[in-house]
Design a protein around this ligand. Structure first.
Ligand code: NAD
Length: 251
């Protein structure tokens, strides 16, 4: 995008935000790349380096569980060291303005909450990788404890309350989505007047239904992403640019 079209896209976004009273934000891995966390589907993203572990593999194979935990511990060290960037901070300012109805995130890194956004306003539809949860009784546990158990026993951790399998509290491929979060996200998509997508390839479903639900219910749709997405055609505005710089300049 040349300077003039970049400038005019930002001006348009600015007036859309000013005119809106009920904004829903939808974030993907792209909002966290400026904090040093790689996304999945960019050319250098995580999927170019490793094959994801499916939920049924995790449940049925101890080898898959140990490999999943090994990756989690590496990822979690990266998440713990990462700091919220200008994109995350802009959402905090939007929240203070009273226009932000909620932030739906596909991210599992906890950076929205770390930026100061109240946890009850962040809807994590793909869970959170910074702690563990029992697949049977949902009891939460720490990753440090899981790491200690594996180091001492060589086995994947089990729940101390019910003996169930513990897994990082994310939604893996093939794992059922969390119903309450999905319902709340759909409600936000239906009731907003402006829906802004920040850094998502919009190819993961049912998450990618949400911008479409918003549009079908009368909201304006904005997509800010480095690469075109399959929903660009239905967007009122697509900005092909870096999230931090765009959001900082308009708020
Ligand atoms: P994705 O990797 O499929 O897409 C990310 C998109 O963001 C890409 O199209 C890329 O071009 C764009 N992008 C990257 N950096 C950008 C920037 N600075 N400015 C503008 N655009 C940028 O990610 P997704 O759509 O969120 O879906 C995949 C899954 O990835 C989600 O389920 C999520 O749980 C998981 N994930 C999360 C994290 C995280 O929590 N930080 C990291 C990797 C993957």
């Amino acid at each position: 995008m040349d300077y003039n079209s970049q400038h005019s896209a930002r001006t348009t976004l600015c007036s859309m935000v000013n005119n809106a009273s009920n904004i829903t934000i939808f974030t993907g891995a792209g909002i966290s790349t400026e904090s040093g966390i790689p996304d999945f589907r960019s050319p250098t993203g995580l999927w170019s380096k490793m094959v994801p572990i499916q939920f049924d593999e995790f449940v049925s194979s101890e080898t898959a569980r140990l490999e999943d935990w090994r990756r989690r511990f590496i990822m979690n060290r990266e998440f713990s060291a990462a700091k919220p960037n200008e994109g995350h901070k802009a959402l905090l300012r939007l929240n203070r303005s009273g226009k932000l109805a909620g932030t739906i995130t596909q991210n599992i890194d906890g950076l929205h909450q770390k930026s100061g956004l109240p946890a009850d306003q962040v809807i994590e539809i793909h869970g959170n990788s910074t702690y563990g949860a029992c697949l049977s009784c949902s009891a939460k546990s720490s990753l440090l404890e899981a790491e200690r158990v594996i180091a001492e026993t060589g086995k994947a951790p089990r729940c101390s309350l019910c003996g169930g399998l513990i897994k990082a509290a994310t939604i893996s491929f093939g794992q059922p989505m969390p119903e309450p979060e999905l319902l709340r996200a759909a409600q936000l998509a239906k009731s907003c007047d402006l829906f802004i997508v920040l850094g998502s390839s919009l190819v993961v479903y049912p998450a990618a239904d949400l911008p479409q639900i918003a549009k079908q219910n009368g909201a304006e749709l904005v997509i800010i992403n480095r690469e075109p997405t399959p929903l660009n055609q239905m967007a009122d505005l697509y900005i092909r640019d870096e999230i931090g710089s765009v959001m900082q300049s308009i708020l």
